[in-house]
Ligand binder design. Structure first.
Ligand code: AMP
Ligand code: GLY
Length: 416
């Protein structure tokens, strides 16, 4: 069986690598992929006719969708009408990620534990309400914004700056959420679903801010590790009862056709889990630590989801810890240069996994091609060992302006 992975980042490299483990690289295609993923083909993934033609030409019978944009645009609905199997939520189900207002009303209706909120259709109205909270709140733009539509404010001047930016980016008449600001530790709980049950991967933690000590602007993710020590069975039980179970009930009652990944972005405040967001896909960089830890064959899991018998399957995991440090371009997440030569990858120890994110190959020369460039992943018996392995190798890799955080996995989680 031949498989197409849709997307171009580190997540998709990890997905293609995992499929290739059991099916061989000859049977795994990535669209459009990048400079480090074997069998990458520069197809426009939003052009579903073009993707279909490619699949037919290459005898591909299964598609795994990595990113949110094609899911929100109905890629799954499109391929459901063809002979080609596709893994991912339908457009209706993907709204749980694509519209934050839709997601919040869903959470409210099915009593999923989440921060209190109000919705507004204009900046003026939202501002009036947010001012009554003295600016201690979170403002969220309704649509997909690649992590740039959320403004966590602590006072009135931060609030004013957030609204100024929202006005410039989206205009006055915009759908917004003003939400209670929580203060706690974040975890990513990601699982497979067939719409009736969920099988979770191990818990992971992302590092969203650019700078050490969780300072600076939000990025797509500067590193991740898994599993998380300190998440005990009591907390996991609360997550099941207050978040996962009511979500599954909602998916069933709303008759969403959901066979794909479900990602619960959770904040734990004083031992209580709150759902900040759903994503309808794998997280990035979480995938780069979760898939190396997964022993079960990915095709078997995907088939179980598509056939609706996921509850019969038990997932198996490697022992120990996985850590990922992301090497980024100078200037990211704002403006950065592309096309700079990358060297030294061949010197990195063989027990390290390298998942390419923003790279391209021209005449066999590897060049930077994005803000997040490379994911360096290590495995160890302890979290410290996995981190040491990664940090010991990074000096061997070079591109001009290469930046990375030196404190991945070092955060003190005090809420669980
Ligand atoms: P979201 O896309 O909704 O997950 O928000 C992006 C980031 O904003 C989250 O990962 C949190 O760091 C932060 N955030 C979102 N909602 C809240 C909240 N209610 N309280 C505190 N921080 C939040
Ligand atoms: N790592 C966060 C995300 O993929 O949305």
């Amino acid at each position: 069986m031949k498989i197409a992975v849709i997307g171009s980042g580190g997540r998709e490299h990890a997905l293609a690598w995992k499929f290739a483990q059991s099916r061989g690289w000859d049977n795994v295609f990535t669209l459009p992929g990048n400079g480090g993923i074997p069998n990458s083909f520069p197809i426009n993934i939003m052009d579903f006719d073009a993707v279909k033609a490619f699949c037919i030409q290459h005898d591909i019978s299964m598609i795994f969708v990595g990113p949110e944009q094609p899911l929100a645009a109905g890629m799954v609905d499109y391929f459901r009408k063809t002979e080609i199997k596709i893994f991912g939520p339908t457009q209706k189900a993907a709204q749980l990620e694509a519209s934050k207002v839709f997601a919040k009303y869903f959470m409210q209706k099915y009593e999923v534990s989440t921060a209190r909120f109000k919705t507004f259709q204009s900046i003026t109205e939202a501002k009036k309400y947010a001012n009554t909270l003295d600016g201690f709140c979170v403002i969220k733009f309704d649509g997909l914004a690649a992590g740039k539509g959320v403004f966590v404010c602590g006072n009135l001047s931060e609030l004013a700056a957030a609204f100024d930016e929202i006005l410039v980016t989206y205009g006055e008449n915009v759908s917004l959420i003003v939400e209670q600001r929580l203060e706690g530790d974040e975890i990513s709980i990601i699982g497979f679903t067939d719409g009736k049950s969920v099988k979770l991967l191990q818990a992971s933690q992302d590092h969203k801010q650019l700078l050490e000590g969780d300072k600076g602007p939000n990025t797509g993710g500067m590193g991740a590790f898994s599993p998380i020590e300190g998440i005990d069975p009591v907390l996991m039980k609360k997550i099941h009862l207050r978040i996962i179970k009511p979500t599954l009930q909602g998916i069933s009652e709303e008759q969403m056709d959901y066979k794909g990944m479900i990602y619960f972005g959770i904040m734990v405040e004083n031992g209580i889990p709150y759902l900040l967001e759903y994503n309808a896909r794998f997280g990035d960089p979480e995938t780069e630590v979760l898939l190396p830890a997964l022993k079960t064959d990915l095709v078997t899991i995907v088939d179980a989801c598509l056939n609706g018998n996921l509850s019969d399957l038990e997932l198996e995991f490697e022992t120990g810890f996985f850590a990922d440090v992301v090497l980024v371009s100078r200037g990211y997440p704002q403006k950065y240069a592309k096309g700079l030569p990358i060297s030294g990858l061949e010197n990195v120890n063989k027990d390290i996994l390298i998942f390419h994110a923003g790279t391209k190959k021209i005449n066999d020369v590897l060049l930077t091609d994005g803000g997040r460039v490379l994911n360096i992943v290590g495995h160890g018996a302890t979290l410290d060992e996995s981190l040491q392995k990664v940090y010991n190798q990074i000096d061997k890799i070079h591109f001009e302006g290469m930046n990375y955080r030196k404190d991945i996995g070092r955060r003190k989680n005090e809420n669980f």
